[in-house]
Design a protein around this ligand. Structure first.
Ligand code: SDX
Length: 431
């Protein structure tokens, strides 16, 4: 922004601090405070990072007020309509849409890296039989660096690409094995002849004792849901991946940290929490009671699947996925499914309620994704696992962008210390 600056004045001492303005690209204008502590001895305070840009990124653009989401400049609506998850994955990782030959090579290469080391399969046996699939996914992904020493030098661009491709290729196999282990069924090997999402459905739902045919409607629905969940700028899990990556941790460990952050019900765990909430509400006669609970400051209950830190208008992904809900239920479920009927009733009432309107709490992508997963026969405890599979390409793309940034440094926030002042140790006999 040329020489534009912002001035902060200490109204007690009159001291004035000038800070440079930043306006890179189409993003929100920023004030560069990176030298504030070094030059002036002040920190800024922003718990939850509501007003903090932690990095520069060219991967995903969100305008929360206008409900805009673009991957590398392409509107999410066009990608959801016309692209495929692996083509979008190539775009996110490389910055450009691939030509046919490059896309074919990429798809073929990912397909050929879907297998896990056989000894990795024994890891699952160590988990208790009723382990939550997200718990086993965190453990297994974190262990990958024990198997792939040849792609953990984060400063070698070739290693970074190999590790990224391995993560993208193996997550469906890991996810399906988490599911199979949780239901006590044998693991199913990937089939390279199937599409990315077709393979995931095959590894989840086929059994050795009979043939399984991937349903094209389910395959297309899953592919589109994965496109919608692929990346979302600096959300909690992506910020976690960047922070753990900033210390030079290997990519497998970084992705495992992202999975743990995603698990929370305020983030990727919301899709599972939506179904639990709908089960708790039970039927449309209880909606008013739960809307009142969500509005009650003294009640910790929140309407899961509503609200968003960035979208203060509709979540463009929710608009796309809501339409798909009907198509999937037409094919697989009962459009009068009481769960769906309850969800639509809740959505209708909440959207008219002054509290939700005033606080700009609209349904987000997680409000609808769980309903579709349920119609596809995916159990509730696998919803966030599916989100993790889709978001892996966003995590690895953001990690690669961060680690290859010139002058990349470890992330190390400071704090406002509110604890005890200095005091002397007291021997236990005198306490
Ligand atoms: C995802 O960041 C991303 O991009 C995430 C994500 C991605 O793709 O990576 O989009 C995926 O995580 C979507 C969000 C899924 N989470 C949920 O659906 C859980 C329910 N939503 C809330 O927990 C909440 O809305 C958040 C966490 C999503 C956003 O929280 P914020 O931005 O910190 O908002 P807030 O908690 O400060 O709430 C603002 C006000 C509060 O009231 P006041 O204190 O101002 O009086 O709105 C209220 C909140 O009490 N509020 C809700 C509410 N969400 C916010 N009240 C009832 N129900 C809700 N769902």
């Amino acid at each position: 922004m040329g020489n534009k600056t912002f001035t902060i004045t200490d109204n007690e001492t009159g001291k004035r601090i000038e800070l440079p303005a930043l306006k890179d690209g189409q993003g929100i204008p920023a004030i560069d405070i990176s030298t504030l502590y070094r030059d002036h001895g002040y920190l800024t305070f922003d718990p939850g990072f509501q007003s903090t840009a932690s990095c520069r990124s060219g991967i995903t653009f969100i305008d929360g007020d206008k409900g805009i989401l673009r991957y590398r400049g392409y509107p999410i609506e066009q990608l959801a309509e016309s692209s495929s998850f692996l083509e979008v994955s190539y775009l996110l990782m490389n910055g450009e849409l691939p030509g046919k030959e490059k896309l074919d090579d990429f798809v073929s290469m990912i397909s050929r890296h879907t297998m896990l080391k056989e000894s990795l399969r024994t890891f699952y046996k160590g988990f208790y039989h009723d382990a939550h699939p997200m718990a086993s996914m965190v453990g297994v992904v974190g262990s990958l660096s024990a198997f792939y020493h040849d792609s953990t030098d984060v400063h070698d661009p070739r290693h970074r690409v190999i590790a990224a491709h391995r993560m993208l290729a193996k997550m469906p196999t890991i996810a399906a094995a988490c599911y199979k282990y949780s239901i006590g069924e044998p693991f199913i090997y990937p089939k390279n002849s199937l599409s990315y999402c077709g393979n995931l459905l095959h590894m989840m739902f086929s059994v050795p004792s009979e043939d399984y045919v991937v349903d094209p409607v389910a395959e297309k629905a899953l592919d589109m849901i994965f496109i919608l969940h692929a990346d979302h700028e600096q959300n909690a899990s992506t910020a976690t991946v960047r922070l753990s990556g900033s210390s030079g941790s290997n990519p497998f460990a970084c992705i495992s940290s992202g999975i743990t952050a995603l698990w929370g019900p305020a983030h990727g765990g919301a899709n599972e929490a939506v179904l639990h909430m709908l089960n708790e509400i039970g039927d449309t006669s209880n909606i008013a009671k739960y809307i009142a609970k969500a509005k009650d400051k003294d009640d910790p209950f929140r309407l899961m699947g509503f609200g968003h830190r960035v979208y203060k208008n509709h979540d463009p992904r929710a608009t796309i996925i809501r339409k798909m809900c009907y198509e999937v239920l037409e094919k697989f479920g009962d459009p009068n499914d009481p769960m769906f009927e309850l969800a639509m009733g809740l959505e209708e009432i909440a959207l008219k309620d002054d509290y939700f309107i005033e606080k700009k709490l609209y349904p987000n992508v997680d409000f609808y994704s769980g309903i579709i997963y349920k119609a596809l026969g995916i159990p509730t405890n696998m919803f966030t696992v599916m989100f993790a599979v889709a978001r892996t390409v966003g995590w690895v793309s953001q990690w690669m962008e961060m680690i290859s940034e010139p002058g990349q440094r470890i992330g190390r926030p400071r704090q406002m210390y509110v604890g005890k002042d200095v005091r002397d140790y007291v021997p236990v006999e005198k306490r």
